[in-house]
Design a protein around this ligand. Structure first.
Ligand code: ZN
Length: 618
């Protein structure tokens, strides 16, 4: 080989080597430079996400972790953003919903939310939909996908599983209701379950309303009736009630019915039905089950009675229990109303007896009482006649039964007539040591008797008269000072009777409707001037003559029969002892112990003034 050729060969080799080296170098430079560029974009994407979401720089570890996962496709833009926003670090920033919304926009789209978007999403997010729905919605926009492609990052998505996100409009509706009524949203689990059920038409809106209204949070707010009506209108009809509606619905609530009833009323409005049906929401219906809801007018009547006469608003239990028992016949309405007066607040509420009588008339009949009647009641009440007794008398008016029939209360107009009735009568008293024993003996059997009192003894022994009236006994007239009427003038007879009557009336507010002549003696002058039926007797115990309990007992038990009028005197201890023995025995034998007036009523006899009656057998 020529020297020059060898040189040329060496040169070519060097050139080739150089070119090869150059090629290798270029290749070596080119490949890494492409990797670096790609790495830079992804890295900056991670860095900006950390800065936007957590407000800090990403650490080397953050960058390495997310870089690897994003590059391998284990993570996406959505999953990284979601991960950062779910962490405790993000939580600690304590951002407002408004700020969070901006962060989602900024991290996903690289821009803040526009005004419309912001308003729209704030409404839904405040209304209970989750952030997932927002992220999912943005993730499906072209804008997001382009933004991701600019950073060569896989966009990704988040799946929507919760009911509140699947039916956002229903979520808004439910949340609005709960915020109107409770002032707060339901928790997410509850929200999901209500939306699912409403969506399936398993329940209607009224059921949801009822559930919300029964919550402790609502009850504890202690809204007034007016506030309650306003809340119900706002939540169910989304408007204010008119003045007329306000009055009408407050009146409904005043009836003492439950929320179910009020909801039922509103649910029946065509406006309510139209409103929700057109929005595709099932309105549902309320099933009324409580006695107080099923008997609206009666509930109102009893509630008013409680409010006016017991000093407190009737409780749910009082109304339901009372109405249930009245309608099933287990409780007489008269007994129920009487028991209301026994509450301690009752007496305080209506301190004046006049107010009490007026209140009873107003609630029972919607009227004011007749002046004479009212005066009698007031006199009696002022001297110790009980309010329960006065109420009982007032409820004896025929209009009471009419009123009850109107209210759907079963009223038995047929009188139950006892098989055997007798009238125990006591003359010459009252006298506390004896009269009280007799009243004590009658009380356990609800036995009634007639006390023919001597007028001038009424004041000294007034407690006897008051107790006798309270125990439904009758006060008869036995002259002013025990004068034998056959020996005096007609005018004097009348005066004897009237003076006694006045003494009784001025104490107990009741008149003496029957009289007994002293010694049972009468003549035409007496008959023409007593102005009352003259009650004699059919069984004379001669208690005054023998002062022997056994004699009295035997006289009664050996002779008694239906319709008898039995004569005794409530001034002898021996008589009291005899009564204590004989009352349970008579009851045992089937007798009902009644007053004179009751005896006549049971026997259908209209007692006439000036006529003498020895027995009343009908
Ligand atoms: Zn006498």
């Amino acid at each position: 080989m020529k020297k020059s050729t060898r040189r040329a060969c060496r040169f070519s080799f060097r050139v080739v080597t150089f070119l090869l080296c150059l090629a290798v170098l270029v290749t070596l430079f080119q490949i890494p430079s492409r990797i670096f560029q790609k790495e830079d974009v992804l890295e900056s994407y991670i860095a900006r996400s950390f800065s936007v979401i957590l407000g800090r720089d990403a650490t080397i570890e953050d960058l390495r972790f997310w870089y690897q996962n994003l590059q391998k496709g284990n993570a996406s833009a959505v999953s990284m953003i979601d991960n950062l926003m779910e962490g405790s670090e993000f939580e600690k920033r304590e951002l407002s919903l408004d700020q969070k919304l901006d962060i989602v926009y900024e991290s996903m789209l690289g821009r803040p939310a526009d005004e419309n978007g912001k308003e729209y999403w704030l409404r839904y997010l405040n209304g209970g939909v989750s952030k997932a729905l927002l992220v999912h919605t943005i993730a499906n926009t072209q804008e997001f996908k382009s933004f991701c492609s600019g950073y060569s990052v896989k966009p990704g998505d988040v799946s929507i599983t919760e009911e509140r996100d699947l039916d956002p409009n229903m979520t808004l509706l439910v949340s609005k209701l709960s915020r109107t009524v409770l002032g707060k949203n339901l928790d997410n689990m509850e929200l999901n379950s209500w939306i699912a059920n409403l969506g399936n038409n398993e329940v209607g809106l009224s059921t949801l309303m009822l559930d919300i209204l029964k919550r402790k949070e609502f009850v504890e707010k202690g809204y007034s009736r007016e506030e309650t009506v306003r809340i119900l209108f706002e939540s169910m009809l989304e408007r204010e009630p008119s003045e007329q509606e306000l009055t009408e619905y407050i009146d409904i609530l005043e009836h003492g019915v439950s929320m179910e009833y009020v909801l039922d009323q509103i649910s029946k409005l065509p406006e309510y039905q139209m409103k929700w049906v057109t929005q595709g929401v099932s309105t549902g219906n309320i099933t009324l089950t409580q006695p107080r809801d099923l008997h609206y007018e009666l509930t109102g009547f009893i509630a008013r009675f409680y409010e006016k006469l017991s000093g407190h608003v009737a409780t749910e239990e009082e109304l339901n229990d009372g109405i249930g028992k009245i309608l099933s016949g287990d409780l007489k309405i008269t007994d129920m109303l009487t028991s209301v007066l026994e509450s301690p607040e009752s007496q305080e509420t209506l301190a004046s007896n006049e107010d009490f009588v007026n209140a009873v008339y107003e609630v029972l009949y919607g009227t004011v009482p007749d002046a004479d009647l009212a005066e009698g009641y007031r006199i009696g009440l002022d001297h110790g006649i009980t309010r329960a007794k006065v109420l009982k008398e007032i409820m004896k008016a025929p209009s009471f039964n009419e009123k009850m029939t109107e209210l759907g209360v079963p009223v038995t107009t047929e009188k139950v007539i006892p098989e055997k009735v007798i009238a125990l009568t006591f003359d010459d008293g009252p006298y506390t040591p004896v009269t009280f024993r007799i009243l004590d003996a009658l009380k356990p059997y609800d036995g009634h008797a007639t006390f023919f009192v001597v007028g001038n003894r009424v004041d000294p022994y007034s407690e006897c008269v008051i107790r006798a009236v309270n125990q439904d006994c009758e006060i008869g007239n036995h002259t002013w000072n025990h004068t034998t009427l056959t020996k005096i003038s007609g005018d004097s007879v009348a005066k004897q009777i009237n003076d006694c009557d006045s003494a009784v009336y001025n104490l107990a507010g009741v008149h003496t409707k029957v009289m007994r002549p002293v010694g049972g003696s009468y003549n035409n002058t007496v008959a023409n001037n007593v102005g009352r039926p003259m009650i004699i007797w059919s069984v004379d115990t001669n208690d005054w003559k023998y002062r022997d309990s056994n004699h009295v007992i035997n006289e009664i038990l050996n002779n008694v029969r239906d319709g008898d009028i039995i004569l005794m005197h409530d001034i002898y201890e021996t008589t009291a002892a005899a009564v204590e023995y004989v009352v349970p025995e008579l009851i045992e034998r089937g007798y009902t112990l009644v007053t004179l007036s009751e005896l006549a009523e049971y026997k259908g006899i209209d007692l006439k003034a000036g006529e003498a009656y020895f027995s009343i057998r009908g």
